[in-house]
Write a protein that binds this ligand. Structure first.
Ligand SMILES: Nc1ncnc2c1ncn2[C@@H]1O[C@H](COP(=O)(O)OP(=O)(O)OP(=O)(O)O)[C@@H](O)[C@H]1O
Length: 407
């Protein structure tokens, strides 16, 4: 091992055979003192070196931090609009200014329209932003196994049967569809008034077919920056492919798929782009494996026909307001866990609730419980339900939005 020249020499013990016992002892003592001295000196140096190492490390850390700041502080965010032969068209966030620019060569192959990118002062693309670094993931609700079962849904047995056939069967028995030689429906569209159980139905079918439930609200798709809607759609399908078997549920699909009389405004063009992306994802759906897609709307009349073509949302299922029998079943479901007094006539209560949705009935059951609590009772009686029904009717009568209880 070679030592740095500045290090002290290793002391040597030299004993002469001619030496007397006392001389040898003295020589050894001296040697020992020299060793101790060299040792002390080396320890001092080690301490110095460690001190310097600490200082240098602090310098390095400082430089790293500065480097990070330099790398990131001057970058702006933009979205990739288009890849052309002449370069990349980007649109800056904030001022929406469009610029034709270039990307660092290493990024060339990775860029896709809709990507969020970081650009420098001269608009050159420096970085493609990570999925995790933005709000996209937050726009989706992902549940491994939603806690809704078919038995929790009342009054729409026929709709449950149809959804099972279109979603659950192809997920569970793809071979059967292959053997018979038919394609399962591409997408299922649930339409009907608010609060009738469309979301529940989508959750239940995901749960009962052991599929991941991925929900995206249509309104989320249109609220984002330019280019983000179509990117979100792509992410949605990518996520589903990672998590298959999966059920994609797009609520309020009308937000991205409405007929438009005038699509010249830029907002509309953006919504249109998002819808086109959705359609193209659905068109390439056959190869996607175990993913089913369900959408829901309260505004069926508003939908653009393009999304209803074969191969897209080609299984339409109407989820209507419940009839008397349905309302009775829904009321039974929502009072199952409640301490309801003997003799309460659920059928008669449900009979009076003409025009109530499942969500209204759920709210009413909770409200009836609140009446009992207010009066210090532990049992819910017939009149509690009647008063709750009247109260809800009053609220609806004022044309105000019905307040649904969250529980
Ligand atoms: N058919 C039903 N059976 C039992 N409960 C129901 C039914 N329909 C609605 N509910 C109750 O109302 C709540 C809201 O229902 P859900 O979200 O499924 O309605 P939706 O049709 O998706 O409404 P929206 O169109 O407003 O999104 C449910 O959590 C449930 O408590």
């Amino acid at each position: 091992m070679s030592h740095s020249p500045s290090l002290p020499d290793r002391p040597r013990l030299e004993l002469d055979p001619e030496m007397s016992e006392a001389e040898r002892l003295e020589a050894i003592r001296q040697h020992y003192r020299r060793i101790v001295h060299v040792n002390d000196e080396l320890e001092d140096r080690l301490e110095d070196a460690q001190g310097r190492r600490g200082d240098l490390k602090a310098d390095v850390d400082e430089l790293k931090r500065e480097n990070e700041v330099l790398k990131t502080s001057s970058l702006y965010i933009a979205s990739v609009e288009e890849l052309t032969e002449d370069g990349v068209v980007i649109k800056q966030h904030g001022n929406n200014q469009e610029v034709l620019t270039q990307a660092a060569t290493r990024l060339d192959a990775d860029l896709r329209p809709g990507d969020r990118v970081a650009i420098n002062d001269s608009f050159a693309i420096q970085q493609v932003l990570d999925d995790e670094t933005d709000s996209r993931a937050q726009a989706m609700e992902v549940t491994e196994s939603p806690d809704v079962e078919y038995a929790d849904i009342g009054g729409i047995d026929e709709q449950i049967r149809e959804v099972r056939e279109a979603v659950e069967d192809p997920l569970e028995n793809p071979e059967q569809f292959e053997a018979v030689g038919v394609e399962p429906p591409s997408g299922v569209l649930l339409h009907g008034p608010p609060g009738t159980g469309k979301t529940m139905l989508a959750k239940a079918v995901a749960n009962e077919s052991d599929a991941t439930f991925i929900k995206m609200a249509g309104s989320e798709l249109v609220r984002k920056f330019i280019g983000e809607g179509s990117r979100l759609v792509r992410d949605l399908f990518e996520l589903a492919a990672d998590r298959e078997p999966a059920v994609i549920f797009i609520d309020e699909i009308d937000a991205v798929a409405s007929k438009r009389t005038d699509s010249k405004t830029s907002g509309d063009a953006e919504v249109q782009r998002t819808m086109m992306q959705l359609l193209s994802e659905m068109d390439g759906f056959d190869e996607r494996g175990e993913i089913r897609i369900i959408a829901a709307t309260n505004r069926f009349d508003m939908l653009d026909e393009a999304i209803l073509r074969p191969g897209r949302f080609d299984r339409l299922i109407e989820v209507p307001e419940p009839d008397a029998e349905g309302r009775e079943r829904i009321l039974e479901i929502h009072t199952q866990e409640m301490n309801v007094a003997d003799g309460v006539d659920v059928g008669a209560i449900a009979g009076d609730l003409e025009g109530y949705s499942g969500a209204d009935i759920a709210s009413m059951a909770t409200e009836a419980g609140m009446f009992a609590i207010r009066e210090g009772r532990t049992e819910v009686v017939q009149s509690d339900f009647e008063r709750a029904g009247e109260k809800l009717q009053d609220v609806e009568g004022t044309d105000e939005q019905v307040i649904h209880y969250q529980y």
